[in-house]
Design a protein around this ligand. Structure first.
Ligand code: NAD
Length: 320
């Protein structure tokens, strides 16, 4: 009989990281003289983006952060968005800046992301941070990939997702000798996830819409990450028995149901560990934004103050 599948509960994991971030922020408050600050820029009134932004601010506030926001109309000009970015770049109370994507079509997202001060780039999408990631360096990595890696750590650990758990005790999975297959090659997810898997010594295969015989390629994976945007694309016969499967996809079906890129029902019969949708990668993405903001806050204090920095350790120290 096969061992039971481990359900990778992202809500639980996110709560453990948030508790740690909150305590770290509280421990530094008196020392630094201010809380970490997260600024969010939202352009337009896309309901999904509005909900994401509200959630990010709620969790930031829950962790004791200051939050700032700029809400701009859907027809805002490039110069207006630029002005909001530059305002937060110059504001010493702001450690992390998030430009909520997608932007309305008339705005060039990359050109605007380039304007964010790289030390405040909480989403890790500035070309400097993406370049540092490619070199295996840098502090601010994209949030969804960071969350994916923590879920993989949970999959390979003996920790069961229940009760209170000290997240610093979650070992980083060493993926030496393991094959990882990433489906999707976006800047937001596929490419940075592949870079992080490589840092953990996995043998990584990046696949995409032009890959031939995707099912056969996916079946090779000990770790399979699906970041595609096609509802229930990954079926049971795409998955090696016992594999760790991380479902990044968020797809709304015509009837309103939210599903991932993985056919959860089928794949849960085969996988060794699997994330649900909702409640898997999503909560970790938001939480890693707050984590990145805390890292930026710690870095800015190390640069600007003479105060003795508190040690970075555990969850705040990604080994390379
Ligand atoms: P994207 O559209 O930028 O990229 C999709 C990738 O999938 C492309 O590289 C494409 O080549 C590949 N692809 C498309 N069809 C394919 C197929 N049939 N077979 C193999 N590869 C195929 O999307 P993205 O921004 O990377 O997001 C992917 C999914 O993840 C979406 O559903 C998105 O909503 C979701 N997402 C979730 C979170 C989260 O927090 N859970 C965060 C970001 C994105």
């Amino acid at each position: 009989m096969r061992p039971p599948m481990k359900l990778l509960d992202g809500k639980w994991l996110a709560a453990q990281v948030q508790r740690r971030v909150k305590s770290e922020a509280a421990a530094r408050l008196a020392h630094v003289g201010r809380a970490p600050g997260l600024a969010v820029i939202l352009v337009g009134d896309n309901p999904a983006s509005r909900a994401y932004v509200a959630n990010k601010q709620k969790i930031a506030a829950h962790c004791g952060f200051l939050t700032f926001d700029a809400k701009l109309p859907a027809d805002a000009s490039f110069a207006q968005v630029q002005e909001a970015i530059e305002k937060y770049n110059a504001d010493a109370r702001v450690d992390g800046i998030l430009l909520q994507l997608p932007l309305p079509k008339h705005l060039q997202a990359n050109a605007l992301l380039d304007l964010i001060d790289p030390v405040k780039d909480a989403d890790g999408l500035h070309p400097l941070n993406q370049g540092l990631l490619a070199r295996g360096e840098g502090q601010l990595r994209p949030c969804t990939p960071l969350g994916v890696m923590k879920l993989i750590d949970l999959a390979f650990s003996v920790t069961e997702p229940q009760g209170e758990f000290d997240i610093d005790q979650l070992p980083q999975a060493d993926l030496a000798g393991k094959k990882a297959v990433v489906i999707g090659r976006s800047i937001l997810v596929g490419k940075p996830v592949s870079a992080l898997l490589l840092e953990r010594n996995a043998t990584v295969l990046m696949t995409h819409s032009k890959t031939k015989d995707m099912a056969a390629v996916a079946r090779e994976a000990d770790v399979l990450v699906a970041a595609v945007g096609v509802p229930r694309l990954v079926k049971a016969d795409w998955v090696k028995p016992g594999a760790v499967v991380i479902d990044v996809g968020i797809n709304r079906l015509p009837g309103g149901e939210l599903v991932g890129d993985v056919d959860f029902q089928q794949v849960s019969e085969v996988a060794g560990a699997l994330t649900p949708v909702p409640g898997g990668v999503g909560p970790m993405t938001v939480t890693m934004l707050i984590y990145n903001t805390l890292r930026a806050y710690i870095t800015s204090q190390a640069i600007t103050s003479q105060a003795r920095p508190l040690p970075n350790r555990g969850v705040f120290e990604e080994t390379r």
